[in-house]
Design a protein around this ligand. Structure first.
Ligand SMILES: Cc1cc2nc3c(=O)[nH]c(=O)nc-3n(C[C@H](O)[C@H](O)[C@H](O)COP(=O)(O)OP(=O)(O)OC[C@H]3O[C@@H](n4cnc5c(N)ncnc54)[C@H](O)[C@@H]3O)c2cc1C
Length: 423
């Protein structure tokens, strides 16, 4: 690869490249090949939209290790007993059978951007014309002293859904009477800004019924958090006295854990915990790093109009692995970015019209039964970043009917986004 391509950063140049005449669509030539790594909110949506809208003109391959994807969205509702694990599991059969996507269940282990190939753990080497990466997050090693990935069974993160969510739910249910549930909350930026606080609400919902003298302790390195006033109001209303939040002013930044001894040390105060949810600092999924697409922030810089990597015009990055400007890391965001990306990729490979990029996001959180709140915004692509246009947030003191309607809206959203991802 030339120095020129490696240092490719010009937004204008990328936009022009996307709209340039396709190089692989002449009659008689092989179909252009799109390879998608990661079958989550970003990857599954992008694969489906490219396959659906190109009507067979583009060959789409999706690489995803798991046969059943459990959404992190609504995994907190699973912890709270509002959903069962089967309700949040989705498979890839429809993408293969109805959209003609070649779904390969394997890990991508190496990306050769010069040769435009991706090696899989199982051996095959796949070629691409455009690569889309949506590998989600990995954890920053050493972020919480005392914790590493080998401690994930003793102190689950449950920040990738599935068996981790099941384990955490079992541990919450097994807590002894009056025990402490500890949470180590992550620093910014991390996936789903309201996620830890919705989780605490759901844990409190369970404990209130099963173990009302139990306590919840949150050690947080951040001075404030998403929808804070709404959560604090809800915690006071539904779970008065059960939840204690310790921010950086009171030592929430200086935290270590002992997974064997089941203790948490907050600025020298050692607390025994019956269950402990450690959510470490985050970075882009490892394959993005291996592909040389991340910078010192740990995330990938993208061109907002197309979601192309700023270091390689043939690679697009989506979702939590990106630095998406004003957009939070959420499933809704990843899904929205995937549609912009699919449109740009199809335009580049088949000459179809590319529409101006528009993005949106809403994050709903459940505080207690029928008590839902939300925050959301719309965004546009500027040369510099994905920039917020306007936004909204639930208000404190809303009536029960409004909160119930907000929760019901989230149920509709879940059904909509999962069918948008998996067909
Ligand atoms: C507790 C919690 C609650 C949440 N609630 C909400 C919510 O209510 N609303 C909302 O919008 N968002 C929510 N989110 C956030 C949302 O889940 C993520 O933002 C979203 O899943 C990001 O999509 P993604 O495509 O970037 O990554 P993911 O959906 O995580 O998909 C990444 C995929 O890539 C695969 N992968 C990784 N590495 C490789 C590799 N080397 N080779 C092949 N495949 C690979 C993984 O197996 C995975 O399936 C929540 C998150 C959490 C943790």
């Amino acid at each position: 690869m030339t120095l020129n391509r490696r240092s490719f950063i010009g937004t204008g140049a990328v936009a022009a490249a996307s709209l340039a005449a396709p190089k692989v669509m002449a009659q008689g030539m092989a179909k252009p090949r799109v390879l998608v790594i990661g079958g989550g909110a970003g990857g599954a949506t992008a694969a489906r939209y490219i396959a659906k809208d190109s009507k067979g003109e583009v060959s789409v391959t999706l690489v995803e290790p798991t046969r059943e994807y459990f959404t992190c969205f609504f995994s907190n509702l699973y912890l709270g007993g509002f959903k069962e694990i089967g309700d949040i599991g989705h498979t890839y059969g429809t993408l293969a059978a109805e959209y003609g996507i070649n779904v390969i269940h394997d890990w991508a282990v190496e990306v050769d951007r010069d040769a435009k190939t991706v090696s899989l753990a199982g051996g095959p080497v796949l070629e691409y014309d455009r690569l889309i990466l949506s590998p989600g997050i990995d954890f920053v090693e050493g972020a919480v002293p005392g914790w590493d990935i080998t401690a994930q069974n003793a102190m689950p993160h449950a920040y990738k859904a599935g068996s981790q969510s099941q384990l955490l739910r079992a541990q919450i249910e097994a807590m002894p009477e009056g025990g402490v549930f500890g949470m180590v909350a992550p620093p910014n930026p991390y996936r789903c800004p309201p996620g830890p606080y919705e989780r605490v609400s759901m844990v409190a919902h369970v404990l209130k019924q099963r173990n009302p003298t139990a306590k919840i302790l949150i050690a947080d390195p951040k001075p404030k958090f998403s929808k804070q006033a709404l959560f604090e109001e809800g915690w006071q209303t539904h779970y008065g006295g059960m939840i204690e939040w310790i921010g950086p002013d009171f030592g929430g930044q200086n935290v270590s854990v002992d997974p064997q001894g089941m203790t948490i040390d907050i600025d020298g105060m050692v607390e025994e915990v019956a269950a402990c949810n450690v959510i470490p600092a985050q970075k882009a999924g490892r394959i993005a790093e291996l592909a040389g697409l991340t910078d010192e922030s740990g995330f990938c810089q993208i061109v907002p109009a197309t979601m192309q990597s700023r270091v390689d015009e043939n690679v697009h990055v989506l979702g939590d692995a990106t630095n998406a400007g004003d957009m939070p890391k959420s499933g809704f965001s990843a899904n929205s970015q995937a549609k912009v990306c699919a449109n740009a990729v199809r335009g580049a490979l088949t000459g179809s019209k590319v529409f101006p990029a528009k993005f949106s996001n809403t994050c709903w959180s459940l505080i207690d039964a029928d008590d839902g709140v939300k925050v959301g915004a719309t965004y546009e692509a500027t040369d510099e970043k994905i920039a917020k246009v306007d936004g909204f947030i639930s208000e404190t003191g809303e009536d029960a009917e409004t909160r119930k309607a907000t929760y019901e809206e989230s149920l509709g959203w879940y059904a909509g986004i999962t069918s948008d991802m998996f067909g």
